[in-house]
Design a protein around this ligand. Structure first.
Ligand code: PXP
Length: 240
């Protein structure tokens, strides 16, 4: 199981005072050193955390892949095509949301997403679509001819009861099977933490988990290196 560490919230703290620290690129380098497999940064249209200069600095410093999370907006697509990260993950983006609240609605947003996918594919970027664990969205992702889907684990993470959590887990499992049977590589993420991650990591067919908030929050107590090592220990069978 690969771990992608999202460092957006290191930048959230930096932006709180508008200065230079803490530096998300420094955090990304520390996470890389601790053994994660990729770094995720979300360049939002409103630039509330990650800034464009962070992406260029991350590209210089990192030897592991950079996964640029982004909305399918022409301005951001233009930046992605210049930056050429190893991967771009398209997500829905609404200005008022606290975080990415759901997956892409590929039916409603087909032409906008398709345009962004085509442009980035031409620039040599591997594109992933962040979608809900829903067979309709998975079929549309296959039709879009992207290599990767990332399944939104927010409903699982936010489940209010054990029964609800089991239901969400079943939905994730059947979605992973569906996506795999359609030839898609499957990643997952959102709301995963040190308590709930194991059940998702145990789902056969998921190759990568992308985790941000819980790792950054834990790092405040134990440091980035240990926070990343602990998460790797929970998700990788061969980590001991
Ligand atoms: N994957 C995607 C596509 C996301 O949008 C996010 C949130 O930015 C994450 C993973 C990580 O979510 P969290 O910060 O809740 O771990």
């Amino acid at each position: 199981m690969r771990l992608g560490v999202n460092v957006d919230h290191v930048a959230t703290i930096r932006q709180a005072r508008g200065g230079k620290v803490p530096d998300p690129v420094w955090a990304a380098a520390a996470a890389q050193q601790a053994g994660c497999d990729s770094i995720v940064c979300h360049l939002r249209e409103d630039r509330r955390h990650i800034q464009e200069r962070d992406l260029w600095a991350a590209k210089k410093v990192l030897t592991i892949p950079l996964n640029l999370e982004m909305g399918a907006h022409p301005d951001i697509v233009r930046i992605a095509c210049r930056l050429k990260p190893e991967r771009a993950t398209l997500v829905p983006e609404r200005r008022q949301e606290l975080t990415t609240e759901g997956g892409l609605n590929l039916k409603r947003e087909w032409s906008r997403v398709e345009r962004a996918v085509a442009r980035m594919r031409k620039a040599g970027i591997r594109v992933s679509l962040f979608i809900d664990p829903d067979p309709v969205q998975i079929a549309l992702a296959q039709k879009m001819e992207v290599p990767i889907v990332e399944l939104h684990t927010g409903s699982y993470a936010d489940a209010g009861s054990a029964a609800e959590r089991t239901r969400c887990l079943q939905q994730l499992k059947s979605s992973v099977r569906e996506a795999r049977s359609r030839g898609l590589i499957v990643a997952a993420g959102h709301g995963l933490d040190y308590d709930n991650v194991r059940a998702v990591a145990a789902i056969e067919g998921i190759e990568e988990l992308n985790i941000g908030f819980s790792i950054v929050a834990r790092a405040i107590g134990v440091g980035i290196h240990q926070a990343v090592r602990e998460m790797i220990g929970l998700i990788r069978e061969d980590s001991s």
